[in-house]
Design a protein around this ligand. Structure first.
Ligand code: AR6
Length: 167
């Protein structure tokens, strides 16, 4: 059965039907703002403690932890590139999606929700970030037979519309 790929408006910290959610992390894997702030707030301080021995991570890298107070089994933390600073940024952003899917596959995760990595504080233009996200996930999924559902969770109506149109 082909993997279901969907996008919807919502909060990445409130995706109870997904095995895992992806964090738009900072290099130190600390709470921070945006997606990272929302996930750490909902998960509680144990997530911060679990992250410490795994930090720092490099742009494009992904690491996995338990999800603690979140309604999921795991959190996969990705460090996206800072637009205009970390080069080659398109390749680093694609690497985040590939590495997250590969970790999910290794851990028996069958459903996974992504935010729009790098498209907030890290300044990646949304249309370009959307194209990279959807292309990379579509191209990588055939190598991940255990993953049945991938959801993109967008915070506002405008980015949801861009994802839906691109999808
Ligand atoms: N659910 C879904 N999407 C969200 C949520 C949420 N709760 N909150 C924000 N977004 P960002 P980045 C959207 O900044 O660009 C942090 O401070 C947001 O509108 O979270 O990778 C970290 O500590 C945007 O479209 O991630 C890092 O330092 C997208 O998610 C840095 O920001 C990503 O926004 C990472 O920056």
């Amino acid at each position: 059965m082909p993997t279901q790929l969907e996008c919807r408006q919502g909060d990445i910290a409130n995706q109870p039907d997904m095995d895992a959610v992806v964090n738009a992390a900072n290099a130190e894997l600390r709470p921070g703002g945006g997606v990272a702030g929302a996930l750490h707030r909902a998960a509680g301080p144990e997530l911060d403690r679990a992250c410490r021995p795994l930090a720092p991570i490099a742009p494009g890298q992904a690491v996995i932890t338990e999800a603690f107070g979140l309604p999921n089994r795991h959190v996969i933390h990705c460090l996206g590139p800072v637009y205009g600073r970390d080069k080659p940024e398109a390749e680093l952003l694609a690497a985040c999606y590939r590495n997250a899917l590969s970790l999910a596959e290794q851990h028996g995760i069958s459903s996974l929700a992504f935010p729009a990595l790098s498209a907030g504080a890290f300044g990646y233009p949304l249309e370009e970030a959307t194209r990279i996200a959807l292309t990379t996930v579509s191209e990588t999924l055939p190598q991940c037979p255990g993953i049945e559902r991938v959801r993109f969770v967008l915070f506002d109506a405008d980015s949801t519309e861009v994802f839906q149109r691109t999808l």
